[in-house]
Write a protein that binds this ligand. Sequence first.
Ligand SMILES: Cc1cc2nc3c(=O)[nH]c(=O)nc-3n(C[C@H](O)[C@H](O)[C@H](O)COP(=O)(O)OP(=O)(O)OC[C@H]3O[C@@H](n4cnc5c(N)ncnc54)[C@H](O)[C@@H]3O)c2cc1C
Length: 580
Amino acid sequence: MPHLSRRQLIQTLGVTPFATWATPSAAAPLATFDVVVIGSGAAGMTAALSARQQGLSVLILEKASTFGGSTARSGAGIWVRNNEVLQAAGVVDTPAQAATYLDAVVGDEVSAERKAAYLAQGPAMISFILKHTPLKFRFMAGYSDYFPELPGGLAGGASIEPELFNGRLLGSELARLTAPYLAVPPGVAIFGGEYRWLNLAAVNARGVSVAAGAVARYSGARLRGEIPLTMGQALAGGLRAGLLRAQVPVWHDTPLLDLHMDSRGRVDGVWALHEGQRQFIAARRGVVIASGGFEHNLAMRLRHQQQPITTDWTVGAASNTGDGIQAGQRIGAALGLMDDAWWGPVIPLPEGPYFVLSERSLPGSIMVDDQGQRFVNEAAPYTEFVHTLYRRVAQGRSVNNWMVIDQRMRNRYLFKTSLPGLGLPKAWFDAGVALKAATLEELASKMGVNPATLRQTVTRFNAQAAAGRDLDFQRGDSAYDRYYADPAVRPNPSLAALQQAPFYAFQIRPGDLGTKGGLLTDAQARVLHEDGQPIAGLYAAGNASAAVMGRSYAGAGSTLGPAMTFGFVAGQDLARQATA
Ligand SMILES: Cc1cc2nc3c(=O)[nH]c(=O)nc-3n(C[C@H](O)[C@H](O)[C@H](O)COP(=O)(O)OP(=O)(O)OC[C@H]3O[C@@H](n4cnc5c(N)ncnc54)[C@H](O)[C@@H]3O)c2cc1C
């Protein structure tokens, strides 16, 4: 495409019938759309598509020079019970069962109306995405709900993820796709649901066939001339492709600065930094804040969250600094869950925090505190893990904890991206984040832990592993604990003795996928004022809003499922609003 001015580009994209263009001045808007969406993650892109398919003109403002935010970095699991993809896969479920489960997981912290709206609108959202984007989804078979033993829980799982997406459909926009959190090894196309088997490729025939399938999938796509994308890359790419088709422009490097209200208190536009100028962009119907969480805003984290806290332990997108939450707060919006996050234990590696998912469940690993004692079910859902960790910190315990493994574990499973049996990166040891020793006592000394205590902890754990029952923390009892475990290990697939030297220890810190507190919304995704009334013209979805999951995490995809659902809901509701 030849170089076009922004005005020409907008005209080429065909939004001029809806959007008007004005010379920037104090009084006149730079541009006018029916809807202005802040942020191009899953929440924002779904909201934009939803409003656009209702015939509204929509503009997305994106602070970063790339689109996709944390969504593009993610595994792209989506937890939406009773959607058509699950039904086609034969998952047996009912809306009543899903409601029972969500109530049991979330409790009363979130209004019944919001929970009901999520469950009712989620399946409609998935059908909408299937209809209006090139995305297809697949069932993540066996990816257990995170509390499958609660009433209504599904041990076989209810999560879906994108099928292979052809990045070529994005044309030159592909270059603007935010990079993934973990680079996929060259020559493979891996689904999130396959990751558990890839971990086991050195010890399990299914792991080998899954790995071979991932190579074949990649080469097949390349032979067809495609650029194969999976997980968050596929989700963000597919949503963006839907927006391209629907002719929704995304203005990059254009951060929201502030919301604008008319004399009646209705949000009718935004102030944004555009090409170095503070500009007013008018929104006839309203504004959707989908600018992600505040994981990278240290001041906000210090103000709202338990300490110690830092921005160094999050794996969320760097541009998520709570701008939309703060803009809403400045016009009186109520906030919720600001002290919470989508927590998970991380290893603070020199190249960036590593979110520990499977290694906690795989046999041959334990977590210990700075005294050398176990303190948690290592395989517990990651948000609960960190809740436990912080509860202990509140009681005076250290935030510095360790994961300890033995060489047998290292020989059998992937560790991050390090292949089984191979050495771990020297930089980890140089940084002191990873330690290695010939004996447990020597390892304990390096950790600054009493050697006798660590020996005692491991001896007790080893005996319980041999018996197959973790009497102290019940690791491996839940179907969720066993999802990332090794089915060949008996009697408990998540438990094996640590006995083969050398031994390794890795620093563990309370990290997160992003924050989950933000603007309080109602069942229509309308932002609520502190007085409890909706703020006219203002919507929020995704991590900019207080999570419908409350303090918990129901299953794989519990952030993206609600983010997309309430983005969808916001777009539909905007279409019902009168023009300002
Ligand atoms: C490694 C990793 C794996 C994950 N795996 C999963 C998973 O499998 N399933 C799941 O449910 N969740 C997962 N998550 C969490 C999930 O990705 C996020 O919770 C989700 O993407 C949030 O979506 P969002 O649309 O609210 O925000 P984002 O996707 O982060 O998008 C927000 C966008 O807003 C932009 N923005 C910020 N400030 C401004 C501003 N002032 N003006 C304009 N734009 C702004 C940002 O640049 C960003 O592009 C994972 C996260 C990570 C990091």
